[in-house]
Design a protein around this ligand. Structure first.
Ligand code: URA
Length: 433
């Protein structure tokens, strides 16, 4: 077999066989296939696409390029959720303790944030002393005892994806459905879960800007999951505005803890409760209606908050910040961003809001950048709100005084104010089973 022939076959629009896809992935990971050959194949895939059979084969090749974790020591039904990436997306911090409070087991591996999107692991690390690199046996023990533990993804999971993603990033081949789907699902399937619910974001803060593209991505990922024997579904959710009212690591943990204490923004609550309900329903332990009311109950009676606290304690974190969120270290500098005109907030460029938070220190441009956990944005007004000139739209927080001016400019330029009232879209747009 020659990589030249595989590139040519895909370039001409033909379906690759599983053997050809495996040859590509193993050759690329071992270094026998060069970056320029891999780039050519990625670009051919970008233009010609892949069938579900090819995408499933690519996913399995990515998964099998590294370690797989079976978590045999975890007793019970194992569940996970995955978001395709958004701004202010702290849903895992609530969803996982909720489903763990209702009998499921969550042994979750999460990623770090890069660019305008945040990562669950960084958010958790904003809790003083919280450990995300547990020994496998400690991880399993916590999952068995508390119901949930969340750790960072190790380098040994899906190394092919790491190499391919870095190449896609510099060759304009990130936003291809088979490449995104195989990248996400290759990592998901490396961890043996029974139930997976995907949160596929759509809109200005996500990879997929239109609902139809997001729906296609969701269908492919759900198809791959089903081919791999998982109980799986996807929610397509709106990322035309940041989720909830906070962007930034400790600010988002505070918002998540507040939800578990019964105080929340409606968009955030709706996504959290729907994701948890779908996970519980797919598990087979509850009907949809039972799941919905049980999710509400464990939030209202504090059970889910208690599970979250137990996880924080078991992973070495300081629970005093959960008991009282005012114990989180605050950023040294803050400024209020005020509206320069009067009217409705007609739309926001969510990706730019993420970039504003990144400028404040809440995110990374490259994986080695150090995060300022207390940096970020609290939104006082969201799309659809009416503002007068001088009303506060948002407050910016940072320990880097020099960042305030440009972060403010980015946020203002990303906020469109109009005399016309915007139409507000539902937060949950579609479900794909
Ligand atoms: N997240 C991933 O892990 N991979 C992609 O390709 C896109 C988003």
């Amino acid at each position: 077999m020659r990589i030249y022939d595989i590139i040519k076959k895909k370039r001409d629009g033909y379906e690759l066989t599983t053997e050809e896809i495996n040859f590509f992935i193993s050759g690329y990971v071992s270094g026998e296939i060069t970056d320029y050959q891999a780039s050519a194949l990625l670009m051919a895939i970008y233009f010609k696409g892949m069938t579900l059979t090819e995408t499933t084969a690519l996913t399995l090749a990515v998964k099998n390029s590294g370690d797989t974790l079976d978590f045999k020591g975890v007793k019970g039904i194992r569940a996970d959720k995955h978001s395709t990436g958004g701004v202010g997306d702290k849903t895992s911090l609530c969803v996982m303790p909720i489903v763990a409070s209702l009998g499921l087991k969550v042994a979750k591996m999460s990623g770090r944030g890069l660019g305008h999107t945040g990562g669950t692991v960084d958010k958790l690390e904003s809790i003083p002393n919280f450990k995300v690199d547990l020994k496998a046996s400690d991880f399993e023990n916590i999952v068995n005892e508390v119901g949930v533990a969340i750790i960072g993804q190790t380098n040994d999971i899906a190394p092919a994806d790491k190499k391919l993603y870095a190449l896609r990033d510099v060759t304009a081949t990130v936003d291809s459905i088979p490449l995104i789907a195989s990248s996400i699902m290759g990592k998901k399937l490396a961890v043996a879960d029974d139930v997976i619910v995907l949160d596929v974001k759509t809109g200005s803060g996500s990879f997929m800007k239109s609902v139809s593209e997001s729906e296609n991505l969701a269908k492919v990922m759900v198809g791959i999951g089903k081919n791999a024997g998982k109980k799986i579904c996807a929610l397509i959710t709106n990322m035309d505005a940041p989720l909830g009212n906070s962007i930034g690591n400790s600010l988002e943990v505070i918002e998540a803890v507040n939800l578990l204490k019964g105080s929340y923004q409606s968009d955030f609550y709706e996504i959290v409760t729907e994701l948890a309900t779908e996970i519980l329903t797919l598990s087979g332990l509850y009907s949809y209606n039972q799941a919905k009311s049980e999710v509400k109950r464990v939030i209202d009676d504090g059970t889910a908050l208690n599970t979250f606290k137990n996880m924080v304690k078991a992973q070495g974190g300081d629970v005093s910040v959960v008991d009282d969120v005012n114990n989180f270290k605050k950023a040294k500098y803050s400024i209020e961003v005020v509206s320069e005109s009067e009217g409705y907030i007609y739309s926001v460029d969510t990706e730019k809001y993420g970039l504003s938070a990144l400028t404040l220190g809440a995110g990374r441009n490259k994986i080695t950048d150090v995060i300022d956990y207390s940096a970020g944005i609290i939104l006082c007004k969201k799309t659809g709100n009416y503002v007068h000139k001088g009303d506060v739209i948002a407050t910016l927080y940072t320990n880097n005084k020099n960042a305030l001016k440009s972060a403010k400019q980015i946020l203002l330029s990303a906020t469109k104010i109009s005399t016309e009232k915007p139409q507000i879209n539902n937060i949950i747009i579609k479900k794909v089973y």
